[in-house]
Design a protein around this ligand. Structure first.
Ligand SMILES: [Zn+2]
Length: 390
């Protein structure tokens, strides 16, 4: 602990500078070229041999030797939001901002790399700088395909978390945040006049039913402990008050914490969508015999999902290895200010805990607490805090 504190005290300014540089130059999902180059260069300066992923963004780097690998993962992409802060390291890229803390995650993992590179490790640690965490499907797919999980027996993801007070780190065996599928439902009919809805397929009415019924039915068909949540984010149909449109769509995200529920979700959603919209079309009276709804919820066109990997931030764990998620207390400059906002920031302490976050999984690799997804977050107090922005 003492050695780590001394190291952090000596390198704090350097880590803050890295984080601020990343913050000033945010890059969106799959475009993190500069960020990846910076990461690779910093790792080379430590005498390490990083590998940039085949897509040109994202970096993997092993430290030490051994067949069994412990992986530490940070995400590196920014959000498509304006940076509203008035600070010297404000984003210089219009419409892009590190509003989710990935700049801090990247700086933290680079700090961890520096510590590990100076140690005589008894095994192998893999640093994974994953691109495109904010996209669906995200960069996890390509990261896994590039071999990031090869030999991994345990992986630890880190994400700042406004729910955790400054000075604490939250730890849980398994997922903290959910895996996320994007759900697009498109309904199509022939359109018609609002004075004769019985002669056509009323897309708007069917969408209304779908929007309210599908989340409710899912909650009655899936074990509540799976933590499944369907929330719509966009609905689109029609232009005129007296015309039933020929098509409409609803888009949302489907999130869950349980692997079995994740496996079953796609077919279940398709089944329920068909059941919900079917009664809204009268086959006997329709002016379009043989044609009713076309509802697409397939994986390729509508439901897209990341590979079996800690998903959105941590997500559904890979069954091949133990995954543990740490959520780093990041109460912002305004208490409980939500992340993913242009005003969001973090406090200085956040970089200081990088050593502690590292220490927890490595010092206690069997920190497989008897808690499941529904258990409260275990909050571990860390050392004192400072109040200025990183
Ligand atoms: Zn994030």
């Amino acid at each position: 602990m003492r050695i780590l504190d001394d190291w952090l005290a000596a390198h704090e300014a350097e880590l803050i500078a890295i984080r601020r540089d990343l913050h000033a130059h945010p890059e969106l999902a799959f475009a993190e070229k500069r960020t990846s180059d910076l990461i690779a260069e910093r790792l080379r300066m430590l005498g390490l041999a990083p590998t940039v992923l085949p897509g040109g963004t994202g970096v993997i780097c092993d430290i030490g030797e051994g067949e069994r690998v412990v992986a530490l993962r940070a995400d590196i992409d920014a959000l498509p939001l304006p940076d509203l802060k008035d600070v010297s390291y404000r984003s210089r890229t219009p419409g892009a901002c590190h509003a989710c803390g990935h700049d801090a995650h990247t700086a933290i993992l680079l700090g961890v790399a520096a510590v590990l590179a100076a140690m005589d490790l008894p095994g192998r640690v893999r640093l994974i700088f994953q691109p495109a965490e904010e996209a669906i499907p995200g960069g996890a797919v390509g990261t896994v395909a590039a071999g990031a999980m090869a030999g991994v027996v345990s992986i630890y993801a880190l994400h700042c978390d406004p729910r955790v007070d400054v000075g604490f780190v939250g730890v849980r065996s398994g997922p903290i945040t959910a895996a996320c599928d994007r759900l697009d439902v498109h309904l199509s009919g022939t359109g018609g006049h609002t004075g004769r809805p019985h002669l056509t397929a009323d897309v708007v009415y069917a969408l209304g039913r779908l929007i309210t019924d599908l989340p409710g039915l899912l909650s009655r068909r899936v074990d509540p402990r799976a933590g499944l949540s369907l929330v719509w984010g966009a609905v689109d149909a029609g232009n005129a008050a007296n015309a039933i449109p020929a098509s409409g769509s609803a888009r949302g995200t489907l999130r869950m914490l349980d692997h079995d529920a994740w496996d079953a979700a796609e077919s279940l959603v398709q089944e329920l969508v068909a059941q919900i919209v079917a009664p809204t079309w009268d086959r006997r009276r329709s002016s379009t015999p043989g044609r009713a709804w076309a509802a697409r919820t397939s994986r390729g066109t509508s439901i897209t999902r990341p590979a079996r990997w800690p998903g959105s931030a941590c997500g559904v764990p890979d069954r091949r290895c133990r995954s543990t998620c740490t959520s780093r207390g990041s109460t912002s400059t305004s208490p409980r200010w939500p992340s993913a906002s242009g005003s969001w920031s973090i406090r200085r302490w956040s970089l200081s805990v990088s050593g502690a976050v590292l220490r927890l999984p490595l010092a206690r690799p069997l920190l497989c607490l008897p808690i499941r997804n529904t258990a409260p977050l275990l909050c571990v107090p860390l050392r004192s805090t400072a109040s200025c922005c990183v």
